[in-house]
Design a protein. Structure first.
Length: 201
């Protein structure tokens, strides 16, 4: 589990203890369930990172809810439910050259408006290519935590941040890349290859 889970675990644990001491066993059980879910939500599993050049991996766990052509390439949108791992990972190896926070609304994360109107943090990574992606808050997720800062170097699949509770991640793939996933497919952060550089095979 990540350290961001500790305040929630302490709160739920204390609530369960106090409720049990007062004889409110059902209330204590609810707090214990909250504690268990918190541990589940903030899990931080290891991943098998693909080797080899020219591969772009998913920055998040979740389901691809939108694939569309934009001016700079192809935008892929990944929806993270509260049951998905919420650790975000670097899609490529490189240096973080920009990280911009934008306040905004809190539409449901699978709503197309979320990409433009919701609170988000835009990232720019420069490695084999220059890659842009956004961590986007949703209706429940209202805090984006960045573990890496501009100027730092990351390797493909490195943990870079966290969006607390349900959320969305958009990534814009360059025109010289070949998409290898499709809408509706589930992906795993740092592990699922979503595109390969070099254009159509």
């Amino acid at each position: 589990m990540v350290k961001e889970s500790y305040p929630y675990l302490v709160f739920a644990g204390l609530g369960a203890f106090v409720a049990f001491m007062w004889g409110a066993e059902w209330t204590a059980a609810v707090f214990l369930l909250v504690m268990a879910f918190t541990g589940f939500f903030f899990r931080n599993p290891d991943r098998i990172i693909p080797l080899g050049e020219g591969q772009i991996v998913s920055p998040a766990d979740g389901r691809i809810v939108d694939v569309r052509e934009v001016e700079s390439g192809t935008r892929l949108s990944i929806f993270l439910s509260i049951f998905d791992v919420h650790i975000n990972r670097a899609p490529i190896s490189g240096s973080i050259v920009a990280q911009t926070y934008h306040p905004g609304k809190f539409h449901l994360a699978f709503d197309d408006r979320a990409s433009i109107e919701n609170e988000r943090m835009d990232w720019v990574l420069e490695g084999e290519i220059v890659l842009r992606f956004s961590l986007i808050a949703g209706l429940i997720a209202r805090r984006i935590v960045a573990w890496k800062k501009p100027g730092e170097k990351v390797a493909r699949g490195d943990r870079i941040g966290l969006i607390k509770f349900g959320s969305r991640v958009d990534i814009t793939l360059p025109k010289n890349s070949r998409l290898v996933v499709k809408s509706g497919e589930r992906v795993r952060g740092g592990e699922t290859v979503i595109a390969r550089l070099g254009g159509p095979a």
